[in-house]
Write a protein that binds this ligand. Structure first.
Ligand SMILES: C[S@@+](CC[C@H](N)C(=O)[O-])C[C@H]1O[C@@H](n2cnc3c(N)ncnc32)[C@H](O)[C@@H]1O
Length: 268
């Protein structure tokens, strides 16, 4: 890096990055904007990456499309990311992959039982459906995804991980496409007004089951708001809620956390 930058600028170089397959993503501080390409070239060489993307503003909209721009290397950014023995094919320019959710993907891998039917309402490229199918081998996972690009990768990833006999991809809005009255387990891995989708989640359950409800929540409301929202919907749809476990997955913003509730639900 000393060949590219003076000593007083080197202190600003990114100390954190995400490596997805052989694509690197980092944030470039304003002080270094005019050296982006040269800096990215050094990172690419040292970390063995084909392309480098600059994160210019998180992920946008309901389809969770990343805001990134190519700063170095090949514009063919499709890659295969391996994590916990699972192969995820994706293009990080088009669909997100949150390394902050890795522990949760690993936890979900072994949480299901062999005779279960699972509905993954926000399947993306298979973040939870794939590890669960590979390691827990439930009877069936319905993986619902609204974004056609993510759905395309989901279909490819199901084959790539040899779980075609378990995971059934469903393209569309889960408020219309969630299968009804079948689920022993429902995963709601989404962070934006997740509670709006609870009616579809409760319609998915057979008689009883386990709900994994994700929410982004201000820390002072963590002990109250997520569970209150689940309980309100449960009551409306004729379910009883018990055995609630809450887990903070990551810090989402200052004073705001990404939390998941594991809730046992039972039809009354
Ligand atoms: C990107 S995932 C969340 C991250 C993931 N849990 C992880 O571990 O990284 C959320 C997905 O839900 C999808 N989605 C959003 N609204 C939806 C809806 N109404 N029906 C089905 N899928 C939806 C988005 O397109 C996106 O692919």
């Amino acid at each position: 890096m000393r060949d590219v930058l003076s000593a007083n600028l080197i202190r600003f170089i990114p100390s954190k990055w995400e490596k997805i397959g052989d694509v690197l993503i980092f944030k470039m501080p304003v002080e270094l904007q005019s050296y982006s390409e040269e800096i990215a070239g050094v990172y690419a060489e040292v970390l063995g990456c084909r392309s480098v993307l600059e994160d210019v503003g998180g992920v946008e909209g309901e389809w969770r499309k990343p805001r990134v721009k190519l700063v170095y290397g090949s514009s063919d950014t499709e890659t295969i990311h391996c994590e916990n023995g699972i192969r995820y094919k994706l293009d990080p320019v088009k669909v997100m992959f949150s390394s902050g959710n890795m522990d949760e993907r690993i936890r979900m891998a072994r949480i299901s039982m062999r005779d279960e039917t699972v509905v993954d309402m926000f399947a993306g490229i298979g973040y939870f459906s794939l590890p669960m199918a590979v390691y827990s081998k439930p009877k069936k996972v319905y993986a619902v995804e609204i974004n056609p690009v993510a759905y395309g990768y989901l279909c490819e990833n199901i084959s790539l991980n040899n779980v075609n006999n378990i995971v059934e991809p469903v393209l569309g809005d889960n408020r219309e496409k969630t299968p009804e009255g079948v689920a022993d387990r429902v995963i709601m891995g989404y962070l934006h007004d997740t509670y709006r989708f609870l009616p579809a989640a409760f319609s998915a359950f057979h008689n009883s089951g386990m709900l994994h409800y994700h929410e982004v929540c201000p820390n002072e409301l963590l002990n109250d708001r997520p569970l209150r929202r689940v309980e309100t919907a449960a009551e409306r749809f004729g379910f009883h809620v018990e055995d609630v476990k809450s887990r903070v997955i990551k810090s989402y913003a200052p004073g705001v956390s990404h939390v998941v509730l594991d809730v046992k639900v039972e039809r009354v």
